[in-house]
Design a protein around this ligand. Structure first.
Ligand code: HPA
Length: 273
């Protein structure tokens, strides 16, 4: 482990004895999930050595360790994005830190624009796969062989076994299952209508400005990944609308009850693996 991660993990271990099995990254407006966590230790990103601050409204900037459904978890409430001007290495620092804290599974969540015309705002969609349209990759540069291989396999990037568990969790809660391919863009502009058409043509079902770098970094380190998108709006040009971050946070807030139930049930099932 390099010195940055050693200092950061030592700091966290000096505050909390939680040994997280599952890591969770909460997307825009989805931070309320942290109310589910028992025996909480809350650590501000500002206090963790080498951790960059998040600058985005709706992203809290706290690492929370504790238990959900009896399973030890580490939850990132708020994430870092490349559009904040951070190098990819900084964007994936939190996920790598979770890996060094010992997680085996990472659940990524995000707010996303619906590209598939069968989706509607408020839908929760299981991420089947991604398309990296960011023009960047967090593994560019010298490879740290202690973390993972130079050319990581991405053919099961969103783990099919975990996806089956998530589907079972959806079903057991009486929800319809939606699945889709997440197209990751750099942002911070929302897409043009032409870009949304392009993404649909390329096979994307939803679009967002996160998740892809984190999924790459976690797969690189051998962590099993799964993800859920909350469709907060239809992509540009599909319906008459002007996209605003405030509205996106509001839609995410409205699905919190479903989202929380799904995540809690999934954690319970994944924790039994
Ligand atoms: N585009 C990109 N990112 C997003 C969107 C969108 O329409 N909605 C929420 N995050």
């Amino acid at each position: 482990m390099n010195d940055k991660f050693l200092q950061a993990t030592n700091f966290i271990k000096s505050i909390s004895s939680t040994k997280p099995k599952i890591g969770i990254v909460l997307g825009s407006g989805l931070g309320v999930f942290v109310e589910q966590i028992e025996n909480k230790t809350v650590i501000s990103y500002n206090d963790i050595p080498f951790f960059k601050k998040t600058t985005v409204e709706g992203h809290e900037g706290k690492l929370i360790l504790g238990k959900v459904a009896g399973i030890e978890v580490a939850v990132m409430q708020g994430r870092l994005h490349a559009y904040e001007g951070l190098p990819m290495e900084e964007v994936v620092f939190p996920v790598r830190l979770l890996a060094y804290l010992g997680i085996e599974t990472l659940i990524l969540t995000n707010a996303a624009g619906g590209v598939n015309l069968n989706f509607k705002p408020g839908d929760l969609v299981l991420i089947q796969d991604h398309i990296n349209l960011m023009g960047q990759n967090p593994l560019i540069g010298l490879n740290d062989n202690s973390m993972g291989p130079r050319f990581p396999d991405m053919s099961n990037a969103y783990n099919s076994e975990l996806n089956d568990i998530m589907k079972a969790a959806f079903l057991s809660l009486g929800h319809q299952i939606q699945e889709g391919v997440y197209a990751g863009v750099l942002g911070p502009t929302y897409e043009t209508p032409a870009e949304i058409k392009m993404i649909r043509t390329l096979g994307g079902d939803m679009v967002g400005m996160s998740t892809v770098p984190e999924a790459i970094a976690a797969n690189h380190m051998g962590i099993k990944v799964c993800g859920v998108s909350c469709i907060t709006n239809m992509g540009a040009g599909i319906v008459k609308q002007t996209l605003k971050h405030e509205d996106i946070k509001d839609v995410a807030a409205k699905v919190m009850v479903h989202f929380t139930a799904l995540l809690t049930e999934s954690i319970k099932k994944i924790g039994q693996l």
